[in-house]
Design a protein around this ligand. Structure first.
Ligand code: ADP
Length: 234
C-alpha cells in the first residue's frame, strides 16, 4: 500500500506547492490524479516516488513510514518505484545511447550481467527496434525517447509506477501504445500505478479510479491559494 497522509511539500516553506494532501494507492490499483496545471500534482508525485522530501506529513510504504528521500532512501525502497515524466528530454542523459539509458538502473544497482537480455526484452515490449537502441536522444523523436524512458522505468521490475503526464507530449498512437505497455506490466506483476495528468478522458479510460486534486488537498488551487503572510511595514 502506498499512502500519502497530510503531505505538505514544495520549494519554499513559506509558500508550499502542496498543502495537506492525502492519497492512497493499493497494490494492483491504477489511480489517476487530475488537476489543473501548476496545482502541485507533480510535486506530490515526486514525494510519492521518494524524489522530493516533504515538509510535513507521512508517506507509508506497506505500512512503514518513509524517513529518507532521494539518494538517502534505502535502495530497496528507491527501486520499488518506476517513474516516467512528461518531458523525456529533461529526464534522459543526452550522452547515452538508448540501450544504455534503459540499462542505467541495472548498472547502478550492480546487475550488469542482466543488461543484454533485459534491454532486448524491454525494447521489444516498448516497441523500439535494434537500430534505434544505438542512437542518442537527439537522434530520436520524443515518442521514441519516451518509449526508452518507460523501458528504463520498468527495468528493475518496480512494484509502483508513477507516470507524471507521461503521454502529454505524444501523439494518439504512441499514447495508446505506452498505456498498453503499462497495463500489460501491471496485469502481469500486480504493480500499483499513480498516473498524474490533466486529460480527464484518458485517465478515466486508463485508471480504476480517478481523484481530482481538490479532493486530495484541503487547500484551494490556483489563484485562490492563500498567500504567505508578510510582515507589515512600520
Ligand atoms: P502540476 O504538476 O500540477 O503542474 P507542479 O507540482 O509542477 O504542478 O508545480 C506546483 C507549483 O510549484 C507551481 O507553482 C510551480 O511553479 C512550482 N514549482 C514546481 N517545480 C518547482 C521547482 N523545481 N522550483 C520552484 N518551484 C517549483
Amino acid at each position: 500500500m502506498l499512502e500519502l497522509r497530510a503531505i505538505t511539500a514544495g520549494y519554499d516553506r513559506r509558500a508550499p506547492a502542496v498543502r495537506d494532501a492525502s492519497l492512497t494507492v493499493a497494490p494492483g490499483e491504477a489511480v489517476g490524479l487530475l488537476g489543473p496545471s501548476g496545482c502541485g500534482k507533480s510535486t506530490l508525485a515526486r514525494v510519492a516516488a521518494l524524489l522530493h522530501r516533504p515538509d510535513a506529513g507521512t508517506l507509508l510504504l506497506d505500512g512503514t513510514p518513509v524517513r529518507r528521500w532521494r539518494h538517502r532512501a534505502p535502495r530497496e525502497k528507491r527501486t520499488a518505484f518506476g517513474v516516467v515524466f512528461q518531458q523525456p528530454r529533461l529526464s534522459a542523459d543526452p550522452r547515452l545511447r538508448l540501450t544504455d539509458l534503459i540499462a542505467e538502473p541495472l548498472r547502478a544497482t550492480g546487475r550488469r550481467e542482466a543488461v543484454p537480455e533485459r534491454v532486448a526484452e524491454l525494447a521489444g515490449t516498448v516497441g523500439l527496434t535494434p537500430d534505434l537502441l544505438t542512437r542518442r536522444p537527439h537522434e530520436v523523436s520524443d515518442g521514441q525517447l519516451q518509449r526508452a524512458c518507460l523501458a528504463r522505468a520498468l527495468v528493475l521490475r518496480p512494484r509502483w509506477l508513477i507516470c507524471d503526464e507521461m503521454t502529454a507530449m505524444l501523439d494518439a498512437s504512441t499514447t495508446a501504445a505506452l498505456v498498453a505497455v503499462v497495463e500489460d506490466y501491471r496485469a502481469s506483476t500486480g504493480a500499483g500505478l499513480l498516473a498524474v495528468g490533466h486529460d480527464q478522458t484518458l485517465l478515466h479510460r486508463w485508471c480504476d479510479r480517478t481523484v481530482h486534486w481538490d479532493t486530495v488537498t484541503s487547500a484551494p488551487t490556483g489563484a485562490a491559494r492563500p498567500q504567505p503572510k508578510r510582515m507589515s511595514r512600520p
